[in-house]
Write a protein of this length. Structure first.
Length: 248
């Protein structure tokens, strides 16, 4: 994949929920018992205050100008990735559903420690969209809701007992050599099949509509797979629409 110039911006997203009161911690002094002087300890105070919830959210540019990587500073998925190309596919992710409610959001991609948001087109400006994304991510993590429900589908890249030796090697290369690099740019590559020497892959996240996706497939992924697996003659990209058409 083309080299990416990381544009990192750090913000402090702080919101104060109205009407919620908790006890503050105040500082008191007590005798240390280990020699002269006092040590400071924290104890509950009878005074009340409104708490503030803070979260450091980092953003990182991707090769796709319409996709931006949001890093909340905490785990997002325990393992694997999830791609939601449309609101109808976000049935298993409360977080993705919340993000799709933002006007201008076209796609949501969840990684181990990041969230890639894809906007509809170049007419939607990030400077207008980012504040809503920041607030939605922060409010969701504060809510305690699960990021994925039990209905989340299994990734096709996961090893299967039905895989032959060639397919097993292809999947291992994808998981260990290729996917980590692609995920750094806010996307992913999912195995969709191997037939007549052709590996079928689906690009997700920032890679879906990235101008350099063809270069990623041919110069990056195809060259590596052909180097390690002589049976691989080529790599093609399949889309979600093509997958749905084949299954009907």
């Amino acid at each position: 994949m083309a080299a990416v110039k990381l544009g990192l911006s750090l913000i402090l997203a702080s919101r104060i929920p109205a009407g919620r009161l908790v006890k503050c911690l105040s500082c008191t002094r007590r005798w240390s018992g280990n020699g002269p002087g006092y040590q400071k300890t924290l104890r509950p105070s009878p005074a009340f205050c409104v708490p503030s919830r803070s979260m450091f959210i980092q953003t990182q540019d991707t090769p796709n100008p319409n996709s931006l990587k949001f890093i909340p500073g905490c785990p997002v998925l325990e393992s694997g990735t999830m791609d939601f190309a449309a609101p109808r596919s976000a049935f298993c992710s409360p977080l993705a559903r919340q993000l799709f409610r933002i006007d201008g959001v076209k796609g949501v991609f969840l990684g181990p420690d990041f969230i890639t948001v894809t906007k509809a087109d170049g007419k939607v400006e990030w400077k207008l969209l980012k504040p809503d994304v920041y607030a939605t991510i922060m409010d969701f993590f504060a809510s305690g809701l699960p990021i994925l429900t039990d209905e989340a589908p299994r990734s096709d890249t996961a090893p299967s007992e039905e895989d032959d030796e060639v397919v097993a090697i292809i999947k291992e290369l994808l998981d260990t050599r290729i996917r980590p690099t692609v995920q750094e740019d806010g996307g992913d590559v999912i195995y969709k099949g191997f037939e007549d020497g052709i590996v079928k892959l689906m690009l997700q996240g920032s890679c879906t509509s990235c101008p350099s996706s063809i270069v990623t497939l041919k110069s990056g992924i195809q060259n590596m797979l052909q180097f390690y697996v002589p049976e691989v003659e080529g790599v093609v990209q399949v889309t979600e629409e093509e997958q749905e058409a084949d299954s009907t």
